[in-house]
Design a protein around this ligand. Structure first.
Ligand SMILES: [Zn+2]
Length: 759
């Protein structure tokens, strides 16, 4: 489902000595003996030669031949086809089925009832050149899954992106959305946030439309001439309040098996509070044109070629949303390669197979790479390769409605995963361009190493080098450029939510990575529409499937390198440094909130707002805000310092273990150290979870309550500051400090065991 700003996640991190790609390539791999490292590189080289673009094209063509949303015949048929592929490759595989609540449209209506009449089509027409766009009887209609049912008629208000700050702006102009239907444009937040914030401000209905400024003709030619969203293209998507919990709404925290204990519908808290529907810009334009009231602020005006007004009214809209609230089966396909040395340590790799419609880009561009990786690993097994750890390949169902397949599987197997899972690697949509690396910062060094060992298909350099070059071009200051030239690794982005890694990272505390290529293709214009299909992908995206091959090479290499290492290659120094930088951000956040409140008070006293308000426009005087109190960050300062000492301790122990040309320790001692390394990740979750949302248990990363997919780091403290909950901020500082101290102790313990084994 995923669509977030690309590349923003890359920037520089300060660590150790600079090492260029060539040195790195021939060096001993972290966690390996010199001999083991040479053997590993030989297998990886063989692996990277196997993936074939034509195979991935064929997988995508087959799997995108018909719409395959949750509950559809082709969703099940695709799962069975993927199962047969895994078996054909020589892997042991099975399907696990869960039963989830998945509402589908029964009635949808959007009409302008005053001052004129207009009925929205709510329909995406076939494109003659595009053979699958005409499969209308199989396509799920345009809707937002998990909107509650409703039938409302009310004046319309335009709310820009529908963010909390947009409502502040409206309030300052004297505009309320109480009792109104709001119309928000897609973008700048996860879509589920828009109806949530609208309802909190008293709106009775929510429309979300795709403005051409975001992904239509303002950006480039529209489909089928170009890649961008055509007039009637609609972004479907879930509006479940996934920042509370993801997965089946009826079975939070447990697997949605046939006989699972389910919540009654009335007790579910993750549905929207108001009826919500998505619109094309073709359907949105007459509604927006009928608005009067103040002209929208300059940053709020989109690409429709009209004067954007805010309302309320005189446009009145009649909105009807009714769904069939049925349980549907979902089919996860699970393949296993047993580990030869550490069978109880699992490396898990996943991508979803369900789509909103035909879904060539989302998710089959990622799924096709996953299938080709599985084929290549099957080939290596035939040649005698035996991974040390168990590898589990997962093709998830039900990702689009709410990460259903991955969440239910992981909840059902939570006990085993807590014990055995060493890492999870996720992919989703994939395009041409640069490698995006996001995930747990304990894996930052590791994934930089993998990226150095994969060739970019369009340039004669590594994909890591290309990322670095892009960062140089984007660096804003000479100091940024100098930092890039001096540091060894590129910083990876932190993960919020938005794809299948969420349950592994956020709920179970398993080190996770999210990888993709992108930035050169323009794939957001068909996102979640009937036009995301094979014709579109093979005309406008990775048309030669070489970035599909690069993704398979990248992820497969990462899987092998994690599975074959003597010592799991987690690194704590960059991790500790990153946590320290998050703490600095919190301090700066508080300072800027304090300064902002003081400045506001001063300007009110100076009469600045009164003097600059336009007497011909309505104006609501600003009220002074309480200046946030100082918070004592000392417990966090101390725990971050402890974390940094432990990280250095572990690094010394690892260096000592590697000093004789690499790690060469007895298996029994290594097993113990590996177990402790896995434990260090589990220490980052708390049994109570985050305030008000116990399903989210990771104390470093969580999706933001008001950003949706967007990550909040040190979330419990950060969100308490943002929401001015000072008592809670103080409590959470103590809790997070304790988590980091425990983490430091766990790292020390792994370091001590490594030292004992080395002596
Ligand atoms: Zn997806």
């Amino acid at each position: 489902m995923r669509r977030v700003g690309f590349i923003a996640v890359l920037c520089v991190v300060s660590i150790g000595l600079a090492a260029n790609a060539a040195e790195e390539h021939s060096g001993t791999l972290a966690g390996y003996s010199a001999q083991g490292s040479r053997i590993e590189r030989q297998w990886e080289e063989k692996f990277q030669a196997i993936p074939e673009p034509d195979n991935m094209r064929a997988y995508m063509k087959h799997l995108s031949a018909y719409p395959h949303h949750v509950g559809s015949p082709y969703d099940k048929a695709n799962a069975e086809w993927i199962l047969s592929k895994f078996r054909q490759f020589g892997l042991t595989a099975h399907i696990e089925t869960f039963y989830v609540l998945f509402p589908t449209p029964k009635e949808r209506k959007v009409e302008l009832v005053a001052p004129t009449h207009f009925a929205a089509a709510l329909r995406e027409p076939a494109v003659p050149a595009d053979p699958t766009s005409g499969q209308q009887s199989l396509q799920i209609p345009t809707y937002n899954a998990y909107s509650i049912d409703g039938d409302v008629t009310a004046p319309l208000v335009y709310v820009n992106f529908g963010l909390p700050s947009d409502y502040d702006k409206l309030a300052s102009m004297g505009i309320s959305v109480k009792g109104a239907i709001v119309i928000a444009r897609y973008g700048h937040s996860w879509r589920g946030i828009k109806p949530k914030v609208a309802a909190e401000h008293g709106a009775v209905g929510c429309l979300i439309y795709s403005d051409p400024q975001q992904d239509g003709y303002t950006r480039g030619d529209v489909y089928p001439r170009g890649a961008f969203r055509p007039l009637e293209g609609v972004q479907r998507g879930s509006v479940m309040d996934m920042v509370q919990y993801s997965g089946d709404p009826l079975t939070p925290g447990i697997g949605a098996t046939k006989n699972a204990k389910r919540l009654p519908l009335k007790d579910v808290t993750v549905f929207t509070k108001i009826p919500t529907l998505p619109l094309s810009y073709g359907d949105a334009k007459p509604l927006l044109e009928a608005l009067r009231g103040p002209v929208a602020p300059s940053g709020w005006r989109g690409g429709l070629g009209i004067t954007y007004h805010l309302g309320p009214g005189p446009a009145r809209v009649h909105l009807v949303v009714k769904s069939n609230w049925d349980l549907k089966p979902i089919h996860d396909v699970i393949a296993k390669i047993p580990g030869s040395v550490y069978p109880n340590e699992w490396i898990i790799r996943g991508n979803h197979h369900d789509a909103w419609v035909n879904g060539a880009d989302d998710p089959l561009s990622g799924q096709s790479s996953l299938i080709e990786e599985a084929r290549a690993l099957g080939e290596l097994l035939k040649q005698g390769w035996r991974p040390k750890r168990t590898i589990i390949y997962c093709a998830w169902d039900g990702e689009e409605p709410g990460l259903l397949g991955s969440t239910e599987w992981a909840e059902e197997h939570a006990k085993e995963l807590e014990e055995h899972a060493a890492a999870y690697i996720n992919t989703d949509s994939n395009s041409r361009g640069y490698l995006s690396m996001e995930g747990s910062h304990t894996l930052q060094k590791f994934v930089n190493g993998v990226a150095r060992d994969v060739q970019d298909p369009e340039k004669d350099i590594s994909v890591w080098q290309r990322d670095w070059d892009l960062q140089i071009r984007r660096a804003k200051t000479p100091a940024d450029r100098q930092a890039l030239r001096e540091k060894a690794d590129l910083k990876i982005g932190a993960l919020g939510s938005g794809s299948d890694y969420s349950v592994f990272l956020d709920h179970l505390g398993i080190a996770s990575l999210m990888l993709s290529y992108g930035g050169e293709s323009r794939d957001d214009g068909i996102y979640h529409s009937i036009y995301d299909d094979f014709y579109w992908y093979t005309h406008f995206d990775d048309t030669h499937f070489v970035y599909e091959r690069a993704l398979a090479q990248t992820v497969g290499t990462a899987v092998m390198r994690l599975a074959d290492a003597d010592i799991l290659p987690l690194d704590y120094e960059e991790f500790a440094g990153t946590v320290g930088s998050y703490l600095d951000q919190l301090k700066n956040l508080l300072k800027s909130e304090q300064a902002g409140a003081r400045e506001l008070d001063t300007e009110i006293k100076e009469g600045v707002f009164v003097a600059t308000s336009d007497p011909e426009k309505s104006y609501v005087p600003s009220k002074p805000e309480a200046v946030p109190p100082d918070l004592d960050f000392t417990p966090l300062d101390n725990s971050v310092a402890a974390l940094q000492r432990s990280a250095a301790h572990y690094q010394r122990a690892l260096k000592a273990a590697e000093s004789n040309g690499g790690v060469a320790l007895a298996h029994s001692s290594l097993a113990r150290v590996n177990h402790e390394i896995i434990e260090t990740e589990r220490k980052l979750i708390t049994p109570e979870g985050l305030p008000g949302r116990p399903w989210y248990r990771h104390e470093l990363y969580a999706p933001g309550l008001y950003t949706g997919y967007g990550v909040k780091t040190l979330p419990s403290v950060r969100e308490a500051i943002e929401q001015r909950q000072w008592t809670e901020a103080r409590q959470q500082i103590a809790i997070v400090a304790k988590v980091l101290e425990d983490e430091a102790r766990a790292i020390d313990s792994a370091a001590a065991d490594l030292e004992n084994a080395t002596r």
